[in-house]
Design a protein around this ligand. Structure first.
Ligand code: FES
Length: 254
């Protein structure tokens, strides 16, 4: 198969970018989108041109590194998968495919399709952990956790921090990411002691990093490669109100 690629090229964060077109042919429909980019880059390198910069690591939907917009959708046309899990058979022979980086003020472009998503790391450092000594693995039944709660916490823990939620949101809100990362701990007994502090700190750090507010459009969960539910956002909002009220009463009683 052959496709025409319209790719965003940008030298660095200080340069202006523009779309460049590349013709491809002889592609195997069973190659992944990243393998197709590898082929294009091989040609560019042989011609002495600058290859298209794109981020990748695991190439199996685990690390969330391969984030980019394909035809205006984070990670491409299919639901519940990442760019590296997208195959060329998802496109038609002769298609024009537009590839660009995630667009959000919290994710500045570094080069071509690569964005700086370290703002997510900053949010995690502000509360996405527990400080309880973990030690060696506890006996499975020492701290019983109901299956429903355990399943829900696992659903939240599926977030790979790719940023598709931010890229899909018209407000560039990171609420789905923060709600999943806070929720995976807030749901479990181990996460209770620092729950209020965690929620207040992570939301404050998210705001400081320049992400927008959630206005309940739910584009985030529609674009999420791990299909994380927007219900985690409702839970985070409830936890945030509760923590804020407790903080206010505590301040008044001092
Ligand atoms: S390269 Fe790791 S999720 Fe795509």
């Amino acid at each position: 198969m052959k496709v025409t690629l319209r790719v965003w090229r940008q030298k660095d964060g200080n340069s202006e970018g523009n779309f460049e077109e590349y013709q491809t042919e002889g592609l195997n429909p069973n190659m992944s989108f990243l393998e197709m980019l590898d082929v294009v880059n091989e040609d560019l390198t042989l011609k002495g041109e600058d290859p298209i910069a794109f981020a990748h690591d695991c190439r199996e939907g685990i690390c969330g590194t391969c984030s980019c917009m394909i035809d205006g959708k984070p990670h491409g046309p299919e639901n519940g998968i990442t760019t590296c899990q997208t195959y060329m058979r998802s496109f038609k022979d002769g298609d024009l495919i537009t590839v660009e980086p995630f667009r959000a003020s919290g994710f500045p472009v570094q080069k071509d399709l690569i964005t700086d998503r370290s703002a997510f790391d900053t949010i995690m450092q502000s509360g996405g952990f527990i400080t309880a000594r973990a030690g060696s693995c506890e006996d499975a039944n020492a701290l019983p956790i109901g299956k429903e709660v355990a399943d829900l916490a696992m659903d939240a823990a599926a977030c790979i921090g790719c940023g598709a939620c931010v890229a899909a949101c018209k407000n560039s809100s990171a609420m789905l990411f923060v709600s999943a990362k806070a929720g995976q701990l807030n749901l479990l007994p181990q996460g209770q002691p620092e729950k209020d502090k965690r929620v207040l700190n992570m939301v404050a750090t998210m705001d400081e990093a320049g992400f927008g507010n959630c206005t309940n459009q739910y584009e985030c969960s529609a674009a999420c490669p791990k299909l994380i539910s927007e219900e985690f956002i409702s839970k985070l909002n409830r936890d945030y109100v509760s923590a804020s009220v407790k903080k206010l009463f505590k301040a008044k009683s001092l």
